[in-house]
Design a protein around this ligand. Sequence first.
Ligand SMILES: C[S@@+](CC[C@H](N)C(=O)[O-])C[C@H]1O[C@@H](n2cnc3c(N)ncnc32)[C@H](O)[C@@H]1O
Length: 208
Amino acid sequence: MPEQRDRWAELTSGQAGEDYARRFAQLADAGHDVHGEAAFCTTLLEPGARVLDAGCGTGRIAIRLTELGHHCTGVDIDSSMLAVARREAPTQEWYLADLARLDSLGLEPEFDLVLAAGNVIPLLAPGTESTVVRQLASALRPGGLLVTGMGLDAAHLPLPEPPLTLAGFDHWCTQAGLALRQRYATWHGDPYEDGCGYAVSVHSRPAA
Ligand SMILES: C[S@@+](CC[C@H](N)C(=O)[O-])C[C@H]1O[C@@H](n2cnc3c(N)ncnc32)[C@H](O)[C@@H]1O
C-alpha cells in the first residue's frame, strides 16, 4: 500500500519553503513579533539546553533558539523548507526525515525540550499522530518537556476542519508516558479555556 502523505505535503506539494520564509519576513518587517515560540520555550529552559525542533520547517524557531544560547537540532520532511533553514544557518544541525521514524536517525537522545510548533501535529499524515508523539516523547530526557502549538478550529489551521481534538492529543501523550503540565491559548501565555481556537501545551516526561 502506498504511504499516506502528510497533510502539509498535500497542501503545498513540497514547494512552500520560499513562500513560507517570505511570509514571516514580511510579518517581521511590519513590526509583528515572530519570535513568540522561541521566547516561550526559553522561559522553560536552563541556558545552553538541548532542543529538538520537530517539524522545524524553515528553521525560523530553531535559529532564534540558537541565538538565545541553546543547542538546537531541526528535523523536517519537506526539503523545500529545510533548504531555507540550511541557507540561513548552514552550521546548525538539520535533518531531512519523517518524525514517525525519528529513532532511525540515530540522534543522541535526552533532549531537554522537544518542540512541535506551527501546527506540526495537525499537519502530520493521517493515522501517524500517535506514533509521532511516541517518537517525540522517546527523544526527551526524564523530566524533559514536549511543547506543542496547534490550531483547534478552521480559523487557526490551514485546513477546512480540525483533524484532531485536544482530548485525542492528550490521550496520545498519556499513552507515550507524558503528563500535561501547562496549557495556554497563545505563545504569550494567555490562559486557555474550553473553546479556544489555539492551544500551546507543555507535557513532561516523568523525572527518573
Ligand atoms: C506549518 S509548517 C511549521 C514549520 C515550523 N515548525 C514553524 O513553526 O515555522 C509544518 C511543518 O511540519 C512538517 N511536517 C509535517 N509532517 C512531518 C513529518 N512526518 N515529519 C517531519 N516533518 C513533518 C512539514 O514539512 C512542515 O515544515
